[in-house]
Ligand binder design. Sequence first.
Ligand code: IPM
Ligand code: MN
Length: 366
Amino acid sequence: MKNIFNIAILPGDGIGPEVMSETYKILDVINKKFDFKIKTHEFDIGGIAFDKFGTPLPKETLDGCIKSDAILFGSVGGEKWTCLSRDKQPETGALLPLRRFFNLFMNIRPIKLNFALKQLSPLKKEIIKDGFDILCIRELIGGIYFGLPKGRNTFDKKNISAFDTEIYSTKEIERIANIAFQLSLKRRKLVFSIDKANVLESSSLWREVVTKVSKNFPEVKLIHLYVDNAAMQIIKNPNQFDVILCSNLFGDILSDECAMLTGSVGMLPSASLNKNFFGLFEPAGGSAPDLKGKNIANPIAQILSLALLCEYSLKLNYVAQFIELAVINTLKKGYRTLDISDGKNYITTKQMGDNIAQTLSEIIKS
Ligand code: IPM
Ligand code: MN
């Protein structure tokens, strides 16, 4: 087994650097307790990179990522950079090109109700009494995000039109559907494929191809849902879902909806992987500029993103499990950051990081 891993750390903008600092504490514990080393290499990305170098994705950053075993990503974006041209904006000039460059076609977002935080869910008690555990599988480098043509017709200055293209090929649908079915084998063997096949051509192909792929997985039950119905069913009864298979746009929307049902988007990690399971791991919650610099953001999504990195890219499953357990136990002890607190009793970002690191160190010992 490999005993030195190199990971690229890209803290980015907003709360990115603050929550990323806390993952270093977790890495310190891991590096002390086990006989392998995870080495970190930090690079600028997003708005901060644009301010320093005039580009949100400097060559040095990309080269650093290429040399690494995985990428731990904070978040990018903020008001300051929204007026720039698309290629200079943090999201469309750095994050999306990174996803595309490394062929990170699968985005995995595990969304599970944490029983210690049940009262934070906006859903009624009766609806979540049995909890829920959803795995959102989102296609990440196709569909309307990248489809061409994309642009504006400006010949009539008084009535400009703008367009994007939702396009999917058989191969793109097959590869993401395969992942969803495979992952469902280790779970409830239930895949919900989301589309809008009653209206969209790209969705009717999606439905056809997913149905075909499902034939190779006879033990898995496949249910097709229109996206509007899915959005409704998720709040009506989230526990009926297991794996949700989505296009890029539908996955973006539904994963935020599912995330909120757990009570806070500050808790949700995400993995974006290519076919070799090289990946970029990031919190699903974004840069949250309003929380920046206040030492109040929740570092859990970032720390759990590190757990996913260990699991998927470094194949250190047991380390991922230790990190997850450390987070759960810390919450059980009653520690809360502002977003998951009653608004009065809460600890800072740094204290949450210290507590999780401490808990981790204790459970590895025992
Ligand atoms: C996400 C984010 C990104 C996306 C943005 C920041 C480009 O919302 O990862 O869900 O839309 O994919
Ligand atoms: Mn999103």
